[in-house]
Design a protein around this ligand. Structure first.
Ligand code: PLP
Length: 280
């Protein structure tokens, strides 16, 4: 086992010494939230935006933020290797209660865990990936980055079982997001992504792409996408902090346009890579 240093409740320790009680509400109920923050050569990407989302997720589950922004920066920076591209996985659960009871205990200390892993460039960026659409069977708080990921896991596994890189989820005929990504499409020459709301996680990569589009006169709208519109889109992308922007070249076993990554993807990917470089 990789025995790297991790952070647990105020201590830095080897991974195999980091232990959490079986009464932790994260283990018993999935009662917690998380963040994934990329770091390019020691520089945390859009750190303040990730902290804002963390605060929103904590507020969404009625859990007080255990640290200030300055403290988070100090805690997480100590885990990074500045010579690598890495990501921080940060998880906060409600903590360890004396007994198993759904309602929140009156006094409880949150469990804070963080670890760092190298980003392995995702195969598939050059030639694109396959995706499959399916009914979004998740809960009503998808805007919270909750550790309770069973719905997402089952959707992703169903995609993997069909030899696809991602499940694109659809609720009431409208595209929501991927099992672990946001979705963009080029429809009638315009870049479109579903609007924020309870049905999707407000992805940081998504926001960065919307900003880059605005700065570079690439027509982009945050508006609902019907499944029919997705099926006839000129381009489809999935986006996330770890996978960045991935072109989908096959949807439900049919080629997207000519089955190759499209020109808007090529432009946006170059702009995205240049933007990353400019910050690190
Ligand atoms: C369900 C879901 N939507 C969207 C995203 C993309 O968010 P971000 O760009 O902040 O990584 C993720 C990332 O893991 C996710 O799990």
């Amino acid at each position: 086992m990789d025995n790297k240093t991790v952070y647990l409740n105020g201590q830095y320790l080897p991974l195999n010494e980091a232990k959490v009680s079986v009464l932790d509400r994260g283990f018993l109920f999935g009662d917690g939230i998380y963040e994934v923050i990329p770091s390019y050569y020691g520089h945390l990407f859009h750190f303040q935006d990730h902290l804002t989302r963390l605060e929103n997720s904590l507020a969404g589950i009625r859990l007080a933020n255990p640290h200030t922004r300055e403290q988070w920066l100090e805690i997480l920076t100590s885990l990074l290797d500045a010579s690598e591209n890495q990501y921080i996985y940060l998880q906060i659960t409600r903590g360890v209660a004396a007994k198993r009871d759904h309602a929140f205990p009156e006094t409880i200390e949150p469990t804070v865990f963080a670890m760092c892993s190298n980003i392995i460039p995702f195969a598939g960026r050059e030639n694109g990936v396959k995706a499959v659409t399916m009914d979004d069977s998740r809960w009503g708080f998808c805007n919270i980055k909750a550790i309770t990921l069973l719905g997402n896991i089952l959707h992703r596994q169903e995609a993997v079982d069909q030899d696809c890189a991602e499940a694109i989820l659809v609720k009431d005929g409208m595209v929501t997001e991927g099992a672990a990504s946001n979705v963009f499409a080029v429809i009638d020459g315009i870049l479109v992504t579903p609007p924020k709301g309870n049905n999707i996680l407000p992805g940081i990569t998504r926001d960065v792409i919307v900003e880059i589009a605005a700065k570079n006169n690439i027509a982009c709208r945050e508006q609902p996408i019907t499944l029919d519109a997705l099926k006839s889109a000129q381009e489809i992308w999935i986006t996330s902090s770890i996978r960045e922007i991935l072109p989908v070249v096959e949807l439900d076993s049919k080629a997207v346009a000519n089955g190759k990554p499209g020109p808007v993807f090529e432009t946006m990917d170059q702009l995205f890579q240049a933007y990353k470089q400019s910050l690190s």
